[in-house]
Design a protein around this ligand. Structure first.
Ligand code: NDP
Length: 435
């Protein structure tokens, strides 16, 4: 706390893990005195660098770039890049720390990392995005590699950005390797990678519901965000017969009482990814929907909620409202969208609650499958990758149950995910000695 007092998001993430893992450590002698959790909480390496580029008006712009190489005990560093004005060391350390546990849960050999920049892609031309990505990679390339550190996308970094980043890496290294995941299908990308985080979250929710003999069919569902994770969470919910009534962006949320259909979702995908518009424009095309400016969707009545936008977007009061309105299942698509106080409300009410490090792990898991395909120079079909994703999400659910079940039978998925993720990394660190 003394060393990281100026990093609130990072402290929040470590506190949440420590609350469940420290009691486990104290009950298991092999970890005694090894300071494993303290070691995991210190990045193995943290790189900060200047990114200079020229905007369309010819003016020089300066941003700050980062890569946090958190833990490589079980594999190369792996984790996304975020381009957003709120990016700072605290946010990236929290994301990298979470990533260590998440990647461990996937059962694939991936360590944890995260990176990005305070660059704001909003309102930038394609040429500006390209120049920024090229400038960013012209420094990052010396720190990464397919056996060292394999970045991917996150907020503000989608297929377009991964393309520009990969292009510059390839030029500088003169090699075509799987150094980034989330690549385009025709140049090394995996089937299902764009869909994987959102689909995976819904597969996880489905496993949780099954423990209560329920399904997604007929459920009313709130989703926040309208980016990659939100779009594909919505798509899978719709495919499984759920009624999605909200989506949002940083300007507010739309409520569609008739439910967002696949056709309406296709409009949102085009609006956000191609036209780069705002979610408020939805009501111009579908006037029976309502736009709530500057608000989050948690006040609406629902059976299930999927927070899929950003960290700390769901507060204690929101959690109380959700529970009071009859919500029985909250599945995090984003990383740490619920505050610690909100999670406590869900646990007290004993509703199904999945932390992001378990429920959104499908994205990085499929990135791991992309790395395998690149290494094999082979491609699996869409069905093959989707089946593997389903199996991984079922396994993560089973690991959470194994470590998270409480005396009264309630499954605390936070505890389960933290301990299951910890054990594998901790055992590898023990085996490798104090380094
Ligand atoms: P995108 O950039 O595709 O979408 C982000 C969405 O969240 C947009 O709708 C954006 O709105 C909204 N948003 C961003 N910041 C804020 C904010 N401060 N307040 C309100 N809304 C906000 O990102 P992703 O969908 O990829 O990522 C969403 C979350 O999922 C993040 O927490 C990310 O770390 C996590 N995640 C992503 C994975 C992936 O594979 N992409 C994997 C695992 C986790 P606007 O358009 O207005 O900015």
């Amino acid at each position: 706390k003394i060393r990281n007092g100026h990093e609130p998001e990072f402290l929040q993430a470590v506190q949440e893990v420590a609350e469940t893992v420290v009691p486990y450590i104290s009950e298991h002698d092999i970890y005694a005195g090894k300071k494993i959790l303290s070691r995991i909480a210190e990045p193995e390496r943290l790189i900060s660098f200047r990114v200079c580029w020229v905007d369309d008006s010819g003016e020089v712009q300066i941003n700050r770039g980062y890569r946090v190489q958190m833990n490589s005990a079980i594999g190369p560093y792996k984790g996304g890049l975020r381009f957003h004005p709120t990016v700072n060391q605290s946010v990236l350390k929290f994301l990298a720390f979470e990533q260590v546990f998440k990647n461990s849960l996937t059962t694939l050999p991936m360590g944890g990392g995260k990176g990005g920049s305070d660059f704001d892609p909003k309102g930038k031309s394609d040429d500006e995005i390209m120049r920024f990505c090229h400038a960013f990679m012209s420094e990052l390339f010396r720190h990464i590699g397919h056996d060292t550190d394999v970045p991917a996308g996150d907020i503000g970094v989608g297929a377009r950005e991964v393309g520009f980043l990969f292009g510059m890496y390839k030029k500088l290294r003169n090699e075509f390797t799987g150094v980034l995941t989330g690549k385009g299908l025709s140049w090394g990308g995996s089937q299902i990678r764009p869909e994987a985080t959102g689909y995976g979250a819904v597969y996880f929710a489905d496993s949780m519901l099954k423990t209560k003999n329920q399904t997604i069919q007929g459920k009313t569902i709130l989703i926040s965000g309208s980016g990659n994770v939100a779009e594909y969470a919505a798509e899978k919910c719709i495919q499984l017969g759920g009624k999605v009534v909200t989506m949002s962006d940083s300007s507010g949320y739309i409520y569609d009482k008739d439910g967002i259909t696949q056709e309406k979702l296709d409009y949102i995908k085009d609006l956000k990814n191609v036209k780069r518009g705002r979610i408020s424009e939805y009501v111009d095309v579908y006037p029976s929907a309502v736009f709530h400016k500057g608000k989050t969707p948690w006040v609406e009545k629902c059976d299930m909620a999927f927070p899929c936008a950003t960290q700390n977007e769901l507060h204690e009061e929101d959690a109380k409202t959700l529970v009071a309105n009859g919500c029985i299942c909250v599945t995090e698509g984003a990383n740490m969208p619920s505050t610690i106080e909100a999670v406590a409300v869900f646990h007290k009410a004993k509703i199904l609650f999945a932390p992001g490090k378990a429920s959104n792990a499908g994205g990085v898991a499929t990135s791991g499958l992309e790395m395998t395909q690149n290494a094999l120079r082979y491609k699996w079909t869409r069905t093959e990758v989707d089946e593997k994703l389903k199996e991984i999400m079922r396994d993560i659910h089973a690991s959470c149950e194994q470590y998270g079940v409480e005396a009264d039978g309630y499954v605390n998925y936070v505890k389960g995910a933290n301990i299951a993720g910890f054990v594998k990394v901790a055992d590898a660190m023990l085996a490798q000695g104090v380094i």
